[in-house]
Design a protein around this ligand. Structure first.
Ligand code: GRG
Length: 300
């Protein structure tokens, strides 16, 4: 797949997701303001929608009707959005810029930003539960499994667990490679793995495929996080849309706390080729291989 074909496919899937997102939000009435506005602000603040696109592509690869996965893609993006709002809060990373725009709490205040995150998280599970209510007995087991994958990836043994280790190690200036690995796997990779495995589970693609996409997801998730660590050291803030150099200053555990920038870049390349190998048998048009290759060159 060449660059243009990759971008076309990404745009196609993105459009399907955006249309679904817009129509789903039209139905969401009776949210008190400014809570609704704060939730919509971050949901439409220019995210790349990596997770929904990966989920849709994984499902499409195995012939699944995308209508079956869209509620799950929306729920995962809402959970991702909540995590970014909370990550930017003064009690966590204390960031004023995200995607080149003011962070949620700088516009709506800390209390409303916390509530906007809480609202997105609980709404995400409401969206999945409402979809399960409408699901036939035949498809229900796969969707319940998908529900569980998302809950686990987002929760205390997943993203929240990873973030808690990150916060703890930073505040206490402790942590070694074992903790760093835990942080990277759970804070970042779990949600990417969830996007892919939910797609193949709802497509009922089978255990072997699920394992292959899980391996691919962990490799690209780690590559994604190490790239983020590299960019925090040498990225251009005007291209990234956020501040740089903060992680090192605040004593955050990052890959570059233990390895040189050269070693970090080599590790990213290794992870990317390993990821590509994992799914080569299922990547007929080469989309997943291109996606992995783009990680080291991504801008934000
Ligand atoms: C607050 C529970 C809680 C968790 C926060 C996601 C997260 C956990 C922290 C973000 C820290 C960070 C910058 C990690 C690097 C990888 C990452 C998740 C980047 C942001 O994801 P993108 O690039 O974001 O998909 P967009 O802006 O495109 O939506």
């Amino acid at each position: 797949m060449n660059d243009i074909e990759y971008k076309d496919e990404y745009e196609r899937l993105l459009k399907i997701f955006e249309e679904y997102l817009n129509s789903a939000l039209q139905d969401k009435k009776n949210i008190p303001e400014p809570l609704g506005e704060a939730m919509r602000y971050s949901l439409f603040a220019g995210g790349k929608r990596l997770r929904p696109v990966l989920m849709l592509k994984a499902a499409k690869t195995f012939g699944c009707n995308l209508k079956n996965v869209l509620p799950f893609a929306l729920a995962l993006e809402m959970i991702h959005t909540y995590s970014l709002i909370h990550d930017d809060l003064p009690a966590m990373d204390n960031d004023v810029l995200r995607r080149g725009k003011p962070t949620n709490h700088t516009l709506y205040g800390e209390a409303m930003a916390i509530l906007a995150g809480d609202g997105l998280l609980s709404e995400a599970f409401d969206i999945i539960a409402s979809d399960l209510e409408k699901t036939s007995d035949l498809d229900l087991p796969d969707k319940v499994k998908a529900f569980k994958i998302i809950a686990a990836a987002a929760g205390i043994r997943g993203m929240v667990g990873g973030q808690s280790m990150d916060v703890y190690c930073e505040k206490n200036h402790c942590g070694k490679e074992k903790e760093l690995n835990y942080i990277h796997i759970h804070k970042t990779a779990d949600m990417i793995v969830a996007a892919l495995t939910v797609g193949v589970v709802i497509a009922n693609a089978g255990f072997e495929v699920e394992r292959a996409f899980e391996n691919y997801g962990y490799d690209i998730g780690l590559a994604f996080q190490i790239t983020d660590d590299i960019l925090d050291e040498e990225g251009d803030p005007s291209l990234l849309g956020k501040s740089v150099g903060k992680d090192k200053k605040s004593g955050k555990l990052t890959f570059t706390s233990f390895y040189s920038l050269r070693e970090a870049k080599e590790e990213v390349e290794k992870l990317i080729s390993h990821a590509q190998q994992s799914i080569i048998a299922y990547d007929a048009d080469g989309f997943f291989s291109c996606f992995a290759a783009k990680i080291s060159g991504r801008k934000a």
